[in-house]
Structures are given as structure tokens and as C-alpha cells.
Design a protein around this ligand. Sequence first.
Ligand SMILES: Cc1cc2nc3c(=O)[nH]c(=O)nc-3n(C[C@H](O)[C@H](O)[C@H](O)COP(=O)(O)OP(=O)(O)OC[C@H]3O[C@@H](n4cnc5c(N)ncnc54)[C@H](O)[C@@H]3O)c2cc1C
Length: 386
Amino acid sequence: MIRLELSGVQKQVREEFREWLAANPPPRVADDSSLDAFQRIGKAWQSTLSEGGWVAVHWPSQYGGRDLSLVEQAIVQEELVSSQAPQILGLFGLSMVGPVLIRFGSDEQKSQHLAPILNASKVWCQGFSEPGAGSDLAAVSTRAEKADGGFLVNGQKTWTSFAHVADWCFLLCRTGKDGSRYSQLSYLLVDMKSPGIRTRPLAQATGDEEFNEVFFDNVFVPDENVVGKVGQGWEIAISTLMHERVILTFARQLQSERLLQHALQSDSSDARGLLEKRALVREVVEACGVRALAYKHLFQYASGTEPGSEGSLDKLGWSESFQRLTRHLFRSEGLESLWQTSEAQRYLYSRGRTLAAGTSEIQRNIIAERVLGLPRLHVKYGEGKS
Ligand SMILES: Cc1cc2nc3c(=O)[nH]c(=O)nc-3n(C[C@H](O)[C@H](O)[C@H](O)COP(=O)(O)OP(=O)(O)OC[C@H]3O[C@@H](n4cnc5c(N)ncnc54)[C@H](O)[C@@H]3O)c2cc1C
């Protein structure tokens, strides 16, 4: 049985943050806000939160946090969602490259980047996926060739969310030719204003242009921007993904639950409404399970374990359930929109959530092999056919 109980300190953090929120009410984001407005408001709100010391409370105090654990960070997120606060803008920095720099970064990298990540004065994007390397991330072909004092980067990334507004990119690229394909990879911090970078927006099904293709043409990256060692990129990239699947997923799960609550409160006196509510009950059960599991993992991390493959359970559970919920709401009529998008847009947006941060198939593979310890199956497609 999983027994999860908050400590006195954790309950006190909740009270203290509630008081702060009452004194600093979050701005409202209109349902029909543009992506531009969403970004502007999210940036300003993160800066206000950071002034109050409420961004990344789990980070060490020497880097602007409060020396608390991920459980207290989860409590802060719960209160933000309850108060209907807008989403903060710097999620890639806070939940991906920030923790990686704290663990693997040099002192100079920490002092240059961590404070601007906290207050959103610098926004980051994730340069991992390429046209020929998504699920098989180790196949990246963007190259960084050694040059005097640094590297020259050439290649293309794709699906890079917010690259068009980002100040910095954490880039996975190939720096070597020898050894295993994993040991040829390195993790670079790239200033998005460097000469030779071109971004081209990609329109999503919602009509928004949130992600991009990014082209690198002889982009110079100084030696001091390599995180860890040359050739350590795969280990650092996996650590980035583990953090993404756990921390970012928790925030998204809370938003799904708010949406679910709203749907359950809608008028349902007729037979159709009752049938719809019955379908939603499954999602309530699922949401309780996903949140309990997420908390179980957060308690583990609070006692010193680094995020690992178990985060795939959280990510799979949340993204599949979010997709079912938005499909359901899209089909039902008359629900007042809760977020800034219409039901149809939210439904379209949800389609990408079982792809981003690793597809559901990949999460199932990870769960089977690395969480449950099942043997790896090598299936040759087409085998047995004449
Ligand atoms: C909304 C959104 C935002 C994103 N933002 C970013 C970002 O900011 N930065 C970034 O780097 N990337 C980003 N991505 C890219 C995302 O990480 C990739 O889409 C994802 O990893 C899948 O890669 P792919 O699209 O190349 O699909 P592929 O890897 O080509 O997969 C195609 C299909 O084959 C299946 N498949 C592949 N391999 C296996 C296998 N071994 N076993 C079973 N099935 C398999 C997949 O599940 C999928 O259904 C984003 C994607 C989306 C949708």
C-alpha cells in the first residue's frame, strides 16, 4: 500500500504560499488569448513568482531555490493550479536544463544561467529531435566539429518548441566518430543569437506556431559551453528526459484534473449528461492513480534518488488520460471553455502530448524493459512472409 502523508514543514509551505498568493493574485489569461499573450503573461508571472522566491523551491538556496524537495515543489504547483494561475514560460529551463546544470554544469555555467532561468529573463528551447532522429534519439546527425576555442555546429533540428522566442538552446549533437554511437554525443549550450542559426516555424493542427525547424550553418559554440565532458552527451540527455517526464508531467496532470473537475460540475440533468458523467468517472479514477503514483515518485526523489525510468509511468498515464478527456469534451456540447483554447483546439493540442517527450510506444518499451525488467524482444517485421 502506498501511504503518502505530508510533514509539518510541507503543510507549512502550503500555508505560506497560499498567503503569498492572496497578497500577489495571479493574472488572468482569457480563454481566447493568442500564443503571444500567453508568452508575455507567462514570462511576467514567472518573474513575479521568482521575486517572491516561489520558483523551483527544490533547488539549492545557493542557486536561488529554498533547499526544499520536489514534494514541496509539487505543493507549490498544486496551489498555482488551484488559484488558476497562468502557466509560467520558462518550463524547459526550470524542469530540464536547470536541474542538468546543477548536476553536471561547471561553476561558470551555473552562475551564468541559473538565475536567468529562474526569473525567465532567458528562455530555453530543447534541440534534441531531428528529421531522422526522434524515438531513436541516439541517431542525431547534427555535427559539432572541433575548431579553435570551440566547435562549429552544422545540421538541423525539428519540432523545437519555442525556438523562435528562445534565448538559449540545449543541443544534443555528434562530436566524435569513434566508439559506440552513444559515446560520440555531446551536450552544448547554444546562444540562439549566434550567427548561422535560422528558425522556421511549423504550424500545428491548432493553427499555432509553437514549434520550429532550426538550421545550424557553421555556428560557433565556445568550449566552455560544453556541459560535462565531450562524449558525455547521451548520459546528460537521458537525465534531461527523466526530469522532463517527472516534473513537467506533474504540472500538466494538475491542469488535466482542473479540467476534469470543471467538466464534472457542468449541468447534467438530462440522460445524455448522466451518461457523459459516467464516462468521466473512469478519468477521475485514472487521475487519482496518476497523482498518487507521481507523489510516490516525488517522495522517493525527496529522499535522494535521481529521477529514473519510472517517470515513463507518469508520462504515459497522464498523456493518454488527457487525450481521452479532451476527446470526450470535444464530443460533448455546451461546456464552457476553461483554458485559453476552445474545446476543439484543446482536443487537437492533446494529440501531440502522446508524442512529445517520447511517444506512448516508447514509454511502454521503457516500462516493460527498465521498470518491469521484461526481456527485450527483437522482432523482425516481415519475417515469415513469403
Ligand atoms: C507538441 C510537440 C512538441 C515537441 N517539442 C520538442 C522540442 O521542444 N524539442 C525536441 O527536441 N523535440 C520535440 N518534439 C519531438 C518529439 O520528441 C518527437 O516527436 C518524438 O520523440 C517522436 O519522434 P518522431 O516524431 O521522430 O517519431 P518517430 O520516432 O519517427 O516514430 C514514429 C512512430 O513509430 C513509433 N516507434 C518508433 N520507434 C519505436 C520502437 N522502438 N518501438 C515501438 N514503436 C516505435 C513511434 O511510437 C511513433 O508512433 C515535440 C513533439 C511534439 C508533438
